[in-house]
Design a protein around this ligand. Structure first.
Ligand code: TEU
Length: 539
């Protein structure tokens, strides 16, 4: 490919800045903390860092409610710190990916404060309004964090539309001036040297609440192509849109090889399999393993040559993968490695969420008062009020709360895991004395070193990026196995996704293959131990 894009060979690391590294003792992470850990990231081998929002924000939704897109929240530092971070990262060959939240702003953003002043204010139309009567909602649309999607403003006798919290009013993308302001802001960040963007809930920007439409609105791809043309295409960026409502067909538009929209999308089909169909993520069912394999395989096949996948198990909205689909007890390290091998062996750009490379686990806080996430707190209120038992609600929270991913990064075994010298904004997971970066870096058999090796393998063997995917044993209830094939080589990824031994006869053709990585002692061969996984290669 003449026009091969660098991000096809890249591995991205996600930082949740509030919980990564504090340096000033206020209990929340900061930019100087990220700078101080760049050498750690360099050692892991990653190419780019996506950082969740650090713009000025009242923090109603941990920064996903932005009150100034062109400033840094004092909690995280200053614009100068940000420039320094970009420069220091660059020295180490690491690009900085900013998180763009373009579907909504904070209700404390200047535009919204103006918009509320009157219907004839030039900023009024920046948001989505509906005339009406107090108490009679325009329709029955609901917000993602509970309650109606409409909020009454008495001075205007109007409702505004919000898909997320009341403090996150939706922007009106139909308004050309809104789009212009957004593009100028993106160009401003590009000039500062940013290496890419992650676009929050991007499939929801073209909403049409009158028709009950939230995601995949009729004008969505028109807006995205315009934005891409006006901004991203002027640089050499990695761009990734977050699209819960993406199908493979839509993903081919988002990640079209002609570069008309983004480099790739995050799609979540696999991450919704362990919930009751048609219900919420809190309504738990065991993972349907065969479905998971078929789902991931379908995405691999559909986007081959026609688009580009992003590969992830974890992010700041999802529970920790080792607790979710591995075993965070006896087989914690084995299962964390197995999950990593299965993911990193596929085609696409892998994302590692902070702490995933250590096999960090979910947390079980005793009391709801220890939780911080707006979604979790609202859920607790709603469900206990609706008559659910507290224990049942806590079970859902233990399994799916976003705070599972948001406890502080576990750096070492000193107080608060080396995250802060102050009081952390959310408690550290008590298992930090066993699970932490310092211990794992010293142990060549650790989850950390397994990830480090996977990242290197991707750089060394082109088949990781280019090989065509083929699923083996689709109906097997324990084994996740597939091959990847390109012109030069062929590799086999084989994993036991269960805590029981699995029967497996290695096909003859693989018997003399070279082992690239393996999470158990001995050579890969007949049968698999609990959570055993390996990747072998033939030239
Ligand atoms: O997430 C989008 C989103 O749909 C999730 O909030 C989802 O509703 C929830 O996590 C699943 O239960 C993005 C951000 O990643 C998230 O952190 C923000 O809260 C949200 O957008 C609003 O900006």
């Amino acid at each position: 490919e003449g026009s091969r894009r660098w991000w096809k060979d890249a591995v991205v690391y996600q930082i949740y800045p509030k919980s990564f590294q504090d340096t000033d003792g206020d209990g929340t992470g900061d930019i100087r903390g990220i700078i101080s850990r760049l050498d750690y990231l360099k050692d892991l081998g990653i190419d780019a860092v996506w950082i969740s929002p650090m713009y000025r924000s009242p923090q109603d939704d941990n920064g996903y409610d932005i009150s100034d897109y062109q400033d840094i929240d004092p909690m995280f530092g200053t614009l100068d710190d940000m420039d320094e971070l970009i420069a220091e990262a660059k020295k180490r060959g690491i690009r900085i990916i900013m998180d763009l939240v373009l579907n909504h702003t904070s209700d404390e953003h200047r535009w919204f404060l103006e918009a509320k002043k009157g219907k004839d204010n030039p900023y009024h139309d920046y948001y989505v309004w509906k005339d009406g009567e107090e108490g009679i909602y325009p329709n029955d649309m609901k917000a993602a964090f509970g309650g109606p999607a409409w909020e009454w403003v008495p001075e205007l006798k109007q409702y505004y539309f919000h898909q997320f919290s009341v403090k996150q009013p939706d922007l009106n993308w139909e308004n050309e001036q809104v789009r212009r302001e957004i593009y100028d802001m993106i160009l401003w960040w590009m000039e500062r040297g940013v290496g890419g963007f992650r676009l929050d809930v991007i499939d929801q920007i073209a909403k049409e609440p009158d028709k009950g439409i939230t995601n995949n609105g009729p004008r969505l791809h028109e807006f995205l192509r315009e934005m891409s043309r006006e901004t991203f295409q002027k640089g050499d960026l990695i761009t990734v849109g977050e699209a819960w409502g993406a199908t493979p067909e839509l993903a081919k538009l988002y990640s079209c090889p002609d570069g008309s929209e983004f480099s790739m999308v995050f799609q979540f089909e696999h991450s919704m399999l362990d919930q009751e169909e048609g219900k919420e993520k809190w309504d738990l069912i065991p993972l349907p393993f065969v479905k998971l394999k078929k789902c991931l395989a379908r995405w691999q096949e559909e986007l081959y040559g026609t688009g580009w996948n992003s590969l992830f198990w974890d992010n700041h909205d999802l529970p920790r993968i080792v607790s979710r689909w591995g075993d965070d007890g006896e087989y914690r390290a084995e299962s964390a490695k197995m999950l990593a091998a299965v993911l990193h062996g596929m085609q696409g750009t892998p994302y590692i969420y902070q702490g995933e490379e250590l096999g960090m686990t979910n947390v079980k806080f005793k009391d709801i008062s220890e939780y911080r996430d707006i979604e979790t707190l609202n859920l607790y209120e709603e469900r206990t009020a609706a008559g659910y038992g507290k224990e049942e609600v806590m079970r859902s929270i233990y399994a799916k709360s976003r705070d599972n991913a948001r406890t502080p990064m576990q750096w070492d075994d000193t107080e608060h895991a080396g995250f802060t010298k102050g009081t952390p904004w959310i408690a550290v997971n008590p298992n930090y004395r066993e699970i932490n970066a310092e211990a794992e870096r010293k142990d060549p058999d650790s989850v950390y070193h397994f990830y480090r090796k996977l990242v290197r393998l991707r750089k060394e063997y082109q088949v990781f990026a280019d090989g065509k995917f083929e699923l083996l044993l689709p109906e097997d209830e324990q084994i996740f196995a597939y091959t990847r094939t390109d012109n030069e080589s062929r590799m086999l990824v084989c994993a036991n996704f269960s805590g029981e031994p699995a029967k497996w006869t290695m096909p003859e053709e693989w018997k003399d293959a070279e082992t690239l990585i393996h999470n158990c002692e001995g050579t890969p061969g007949e049968n698999l131990k609990p959570y055993e996984a390996y990747i072998v290669l033939k030239k």
